[in-house]
Design a protein around this ligand. Sequence first.
Ligand code: ADP
Length: 596
Amino acid sequence: MPRVQSIQMRVLLWGWGVLIVGLAVAFWRYSASLDEETARDFERETLTRLDTVQWLLDRGGPFKEPRDRQDFLHTLANNMGMRITLIQGASVLADSSRAFDDLAKMDDHTGRPEVAAALGGELGKATRHSATLDRDMIYMARKLSTPEGQPETVLRLAAPVNQVRMHMQRMRWALLAAVIPLLLGSGILLYLLSRTITAGIAQFTEAAQAIGEGDYRRRILFYPAAEFQPLAEAINRMAKKIKKNVKVIENQRGELWAMFEGMTEGVMVLDTGGRILHVNPALSAIFPRAQEFIGRAPLEATMSLEIQNLVDTLMAGETTEPVSRQIELKDRHCAEMTVVPFRDHKFRPRVILIFHDTSEQKRVERVLRDFVANASHQLRTPLTSIRGYAETLLDAPPTDEAKRREFLDIIRANAVHMSKVIAGMFALAKSESGGKRPKDLDASVPQALEHALMNSTFAAQEKDITLAVEALPEDLPHVAADPDGLLQIADNLLDNAIKYSPQGSSVRITAHSDGQSVTLRFTDQGPGISEEDQKRVFERFFRADNNDVDGAGSAGLGLAICRHIARNYGGEVWVDSPADKNTASGSTFSVRLPVA
Ligand code: ADP
């Protein structure tokens, strides 16, 4: 910043400058007129003296001797303080500054300018160095009236120049003596004036600084001069307005922040460099550690090149409209992302990313779609069968009673199958729509097992199957599952083990914990499951052909339900087959659930 001179200094310099120039002009004008006046005074005085000397010469004369005239003039000159010369023709008759005897040696004075002018009938005037007196002199000469026939006579008076100059000098000094106190006095006055101004400015500066630092209540109530009033009022008005605007901004900021924090949509605000500036809590549900990526690129927080590319495009200012995209995230999560571009106060492009988690919505849609598709597919075959046999019974009923009963049995078996399919589909839909893992899950494994064994007693007895429960560890912890869900898994696995076991075999049931989770195993002596089918038995409606022991009653949904329920609790279900390596037969279905 260039160096700016203080107002105090400027007022002083300008004030003094103007005063000095003014005084100098006045002084110059005055001393010029003083010079003229002095010269005129001198001239007037000399003229009077010329008259006086002429008159005295007339009175004093006629002189008997030339020496008398010289003496007379000498006395006169001494009294008047001037040099008096009387010139006649080419000779000097008398001269007050020379001895009488020297007069004859004096030059011809007719050539002197003042004498020449006087001889011409004018008043002769000249200023020059006098060789006789060796100093600068002012001469004035006038022609005297002389009798006819006599050479013309000129009377000349001379005074030293110094005398006049000294007079003028004295006048100048007197003037200067008056100017110095004037300058000093004006200096003090100017200083006091400028101090008033600077004190006023300092007060305004202080108030403006206080307002700038947030003291919006600050007002200027006193100011040093009336000229400051508009400025004081303007600053006061400005402070009032700023206070009002700041209040509005703070309220809006509070509202926006509450909205930002409370939104169910995840929001990511980027700065002008495309780095993450703010994230709201909802974003953590979509990108778990988003908070840790403040100041980094969106790519690092989202691990999505698609998002980063979109952000880059919008940051380049190529489009001003919001852009929405469906994005796939990890673990079957998906979200609808809207990138909103905007311009900041310096017109630089910036963007805000809004994420709406659509996973749940998509999942429900998928469940519903699958449910409808599966239901129609699974119910079509038994329904066609029921319809066919019912129509046969109505239109052409067989005469044979046994045949009629067989048809009715088929209809009933299909109806039973349909109700099983429907019940299974509802159970599956229920387990899928359970969605997130509920809180406060706690289930006792021995209790669930006891319940499941009771439910299977009849089926086991029918096939003479032994249900062997190995002694459960006493400190077996509870699992983080809903008791109904756990029972549903145990029921299904035990039901399958009995269903696919040969007559008179046994099903072994074990449970153990590693501290983190509890694993339940159901081992049967059935035919086992081929390696290829092992991967597919947990798919809905999958049924291995060779295991079709109870085709009419099986829906192929039991294991799919078990897997869904177990995964909802953070657990897993799997199969190991053969269960017995030696005989290469049997299957072990296991379920592992986390400890509560
Ligand atoms: P469902 O038993 O109703 O057919 P599941 O989903 O329970 O349906 O089982 C799917 C398929 O897995 C069955 O059809 C069967 O082929 C096979 N499976 C299930 N449990 C066993 C088991 N213990 N031993 C042999 N195969 C089994």
